[in-house]
Design a protein around this ligand. Structure first.
Ligand SMILES: *Cc1c(COP(=O)(O)O)cnc(C)c1O
Length: 664
């Protein structure tokens, strides 16, 4: 249901390996490739990691010559555009289709009906049929996904919801009842209006469920029709062959309704954190999807019978394993349970990135050096070959070339920052970047408290002392969820700290703090190649994975981080000399929270100093007390420093000291 595609042009001509020829041809027409690339808006039909992973899967499947299709919705407004004002983050609808897009090709001949509501008709033979309700048409649009150095191009098929002409009531319209005449048209338009409609209201929940059924039903009808059309010769195209010809892979639980629709599916799980597992109210489901609920009930019944007859040792676990949670106060359908019970295979994949986009195209300079020294470009598809670079690590020529490639990526990034924020940053300073989703557990607060502490110490130094420090540019980016108050306060704090630090002539040659607005794939492609240090500093035990650490590492950026999520494996791959480790481990966390509760926590004076400095109003009059208070007192989710910023602050500062020394 989510694809965070970004822009298509650079990726397409890169995959065809015609960047040079294409740029030359454009220049003969009087255009620069860079200018043309900038005309394209990012297709942001996803929220973050999950959607970007889906897009990377498509790129990789095309490159591996797999005959695959991606299926999603053609959302009118994708992920919002983030604008930074004096008040902090502002969300604006992003109209990615405002200009004509040559990458989204309408298929007028591919249309399927999708039914909602209605009732079940019982036939004399006992069979049951879903009838009535409202029917919306799904119209296909295809986005080409070219593979790297292959002739294969696959498609991302996006559905748009439309009502048909018959649903337009001419009689009512001519009678002046304009709104009711076009009622179904309006309702159809709502389905693909936005990515993740707010689900605080009953209407919002219903709309989101409609989106889920819409993509599942249309996509399965498409798959089945393609299978039928390709039946040729005697004996082929029997239904029994269907599972050997078609594999339907659900990316997380959002398309779970494919199961009651078809049942022969496989499931990719992304997280086991209970709060991230999708559950749907049975009441809402019965209202919209009567027949689906009957089938889900039947699957659950058979599953329970199977356990009770053949797996009696698991019977005591049935309440947590079965699909329907019939808690009378809040009966729900557990989507992940439905997936696990019904899929013929399931697996877990939390991360992965496609190397052409995240190194070859976003950093051609670095790629060329790697290819030159490895004497092959096969590493694009066989990334393990990068270990071949290890033997050149101490080679002075290699080091010089590498450093100049990094500089060639830092300079355009500095220029970009100046354009979008008005802040001038020094390309020779250490570029330190954090672009995790703004969240208390990702601990942007730890980062910014560290920067505040650094600023205060720089202020206290003499000009001579300052000259011995390592100049640093701290960049933070990413969108805060619109209703997450503390995340939005963090965005505001980063901006307020930046406003003071960056305009302080005493220290601003040694420290800049920048909030990079509107993080998306194109911004990531600009930031990551220019990075030298990247922060992955979540409270240990809370990160499912994280994918951007892989993008940073691939671009020769070192990491400061905790033992959490993908950091653990990345540290093994890149070596601990390239990873500045700090902080409590996941095993420590419960005990540390208990200590805190019992008043046994003794904060590092530097932690107290940084918070006090912010409370003093050094960064403006906005009330940061609620944010700072969340790190005081007794523990509990969202208060009492549940995320252990206070505990980890001292080892974080020590790790940053090691970073400064290493950079020199
Ligand atoms: C890679 C990427 C993400 C996901 O990054 P995480 O580290 O997994 O949170 C989100 N948004 C964009 C634009 C990306 O490129």
């Amino acid at each position: 249901m989510e694809f965070l595609q970004g822009r298509a042009l650079n990726n397409a001509i890169g995959n065809l390996n015609i960047q040079g020829a294409y740029a030359d041809a454009l220049s003969k027409l009087g255009h620069e490739l860079e200018d043309i690339v900038e005309q394209e808006k990012d297709a942001a039909l996803g929220n973050g990691g999950l959607g970007r992973l889906a897009s990377c899967f498509l790129d990789s499947m095309a490159t591996l010559n797999l005959p695959a299709w991606g299926y999603g919705l053609r959302y009118r407004y994708g992920l919002f555009k983030q604008r930074i004002t004096k008040e902090g983050q502002e969300e604006i609808a992003e109209d990615w289709l405002e200009k004509f897009s040559p990458w989204v090709v309408v298929r007028h001949g591919v249309v399927f009906p999708v039914r909602f509501f209605g009732h079940v008709q019982v036939n004399p033979d006992g069979s049951r049929k879903w009838v009535g309700g409202e029917i919306v048409q799904a119209l296909a649009y295809d986005v080409p996904i070219p593979g790297y150095k292959t002739k294969n191009t696959i498609s991302l098929r996006l559905w748009e919801a439309r009502a048909s002409a018959e649903d337009f009531n001419l009689f009512q319209f001519n009678d002046g009842q304009y709104e009711s005449a076009a009622q179904l048209h309006t309702r159809a338009q709502q389905i693909c209006a936005v990515l993740y409609p707010g689900d605080a209201t009953e209407e919002g929940k219903l709309l989101r469920l409609k989106q889920q059924l819409f993509v599942c039903s249309a996509s399965l009808q498409d798959i089945i029709l393609r299978f039928k059309e390709r039946r040729t010769g005697k004996g082929s195209g029997k239904w029994s062959e269907f599972p050997s010809k078609v594999a339907v892979q659900l990316n997380d639980t959002h398309p779970t309704l494919a199961i009651p629709e078809l049942m022969t599916i496989a499931y990719t799980n992304h997280t086991v954190l209970p709060e991230a597992l999708e559950k749907w109210s049975q009441t809402v489901m019965w209202k919209l999807l009567l027949r689906h609920m009957e089938i889900i009930e039947e699957i659950d019944k058979r599953f329970i019978a199977l356990i009770s007859s053949s797996w009696t040792d698991l019977e005591s676990m049935l309440p947590s394993m079965c699909i329907l949670d019939n808690d009378p106060k809040k009966p729900v359908v557990r989507m992940a349970n439905l997936c696990v019970v019904s899929s013929h295979t399931f697996q877990n994949k939390t991360n992965g990135i496609t190397p052409p986009r995240w190194l070859r195209f976003c950093s051609p300079e670095l790629s060329n050096i790697i290819t030159k020294w490895l004497k092959t470009d096969q590493w694009f598809t066989k990334l393990d070959q990068l270990v071949g670079l290890r033997k050149f690590a101490d080679n002075a020529d290699f080091q010089t070339e590498w450093a100049s490639a990094k500089m060639a990526n830092k300079q355009p990034l500095a220029w970009y920052i100046l354009q979008v924020t008005g802040v001038s940053i020094d390309s020779s300073s250490l570029f330190d970047i954090q672009v995790n989703r703004i969240h208390e557990y990702k601990r942007q607060l730890l980062n910014i408290l560290g920067a505040v502490y650094r600023y205060k110490k720089l202020k206290e130094m003499s000009p001579e002392e300052r000259k011995n420090t390592t100049p640093r540019t701290v960049m933070v980016g990413r969108k805060a969820f619109a209703t997450y108050t503390n995340a939005k306060r963090i965005v505001k704090l980063v901006n307020d700290v930046g406003a003071v630090v960056n305009s302080d002539p005493e220290v601003n040659n040694y420290l800049k703090v920048v909030f990079v607005p509107n993080y998306n794939v194109s911004v990531a492609e600009m930031l990551i190649p220019g990075s030298e240090l990247s922060q992955h500093i979540s409270t240990a035990g809370m990160e499912a994975s994280g994918t951007s650490s892989m993008k940073f590492a691939l671009n020769g950026c070192l990491i400061i981080g905790t033992l959490d999520g993908a950091n653990v494996e990345i540290r093994e791959e890149i070596g601990d000399e390239n990873f500045f480790l700090f902080g409590a481990t996941a095993d420590d966390s419960p005990r540390l929270r208990k200590d805190r509760e019992n008043g046994l926590f003794k904060p590092d004076p530097r932690f107290e100093e940084a918070k006090k400095f912010i409370r003093s109003g050094a960064f403006g009059s906005y009330d940061y007390n609620p944010l700072l208070d969340s790190m005081e007192g007794n523990t509990g989710y969202g208060r009492g420093d549940y995320f252990l910023v206070g505990h980890d602050f001292s080892s974080y500062l020590d790790a940053q000291k090691r970073v400064d020394e290493a950079y020199k």
